[in-house]
Design a protein around this ligand. Structure first.
Ligand SMILES: C[S@@+](CC[C@H](N)C(=O)[O-])C[C@H]1O[C@@H](n2cnc3c(N)ncnc32)[C@H](O)[C@@H]1O
Length: 212
């Protein structure tokens, strides 16, 4: 447990120490790659037969670039809520997107959202900061929060099979695509779409899956 608290503390210390620089990077050179990912997610959300606006969570929203995209989407219209544990990035995200942003860690989101209350959970370049041993309980929680047929987008760097702290203190869980899918399938998700994305100096395997 203490080890896990240290992981969170080290991840957040890193982002707090460079929050504005990270925001400039996210909204600058990385925006076009992220736009491809948000666009694919919105496309799949649009196919769901639910009345709009569709409630979605941007889990690990960082400075709010994708919250802003979801908020501006007109087809489908969405109500996007951000979640991030870094207070400084949460403040930037609120200011830049005008969306609600909850400052908490991934594992605590069950206290803020009711069971079967959201249609989409979007995790771009965020869940890799969680040690692999913690992924099963989080996937179980995300499954519970989704409405039937609700969509989850997960992304992990896939070039190596690695689960350890990086030299800058942040945790890195790199999951090859077959393992990434296996985790989702074992937690009752149905794979909908798989693609690759280049963002934040890495190659990411991205999977959109569905609450079956
Ligand atoms: C690489 S950034 C990605 C941010 C955003 N999704 C994007 O694509 O720009 C990773 C984010 O995950 C957040 N994060 C890391 N571990 C977290 C945890 N356990 N709970 C909540 N947020 C966390 C960090 O604060 C950071 O904003």
């Amino acid at each position: 447990m203490d080890g896990n608290k240290d992981v969170l503390k080290n991840n957040i210390a890193n982002y707090s120490g460079r929050a504005h620089k990270f925001a400039d990077w996210a909204f600058g050179s990385e925006a076009s790659s992220a736009a491809e990912v948000t666009s694919k997610f919105l496309c799949k959300l649009k196919e769901l037969e639910y009345s709009e606006p569709l409630t979605i969570i941007d889990l690990g929203c960082g400075p709010g670039r994708d919250l802003d995209v979801f908020k501006r989407s007109t087809d489908p219209t969405c109500k996007a809520i951000g979640v991030d544990a870094c207070q400084k990035l949460c403040s930037i995200a609120k200011r830049r997107s005008s969306c609600e942003v909850i400052c908490t860690d991934f594992a605590s989101i069950g206290s803020f959202f009711a069971t079967s209350s959201v249609l989409g959970i979007f995790c771009l370049a965020s869940l890799f900061h969680l040690p692999r041993t913690e992924l099963p309980s989080l996937l179980k929680l995300l499954y519970e929060l989704l409405m039937p047929s609700g969509l989850l987008l997960t992304s992990f760097s896939y070039s190596r099979d690695e689960d350890r702290a990086m030299s800058d203190g942040r945790w890195n869980n790199s999951l090859p695509l077959d393992l990434h899918q296996q985790f989702l399938i074992e937690h009752k998700f149905e794979i909908v779409e798989i693609f690759k994305c280049r963002i934040y100096n890495g190659q990411w395997g991205v999977v959109i899956s569905k609450k079956s």
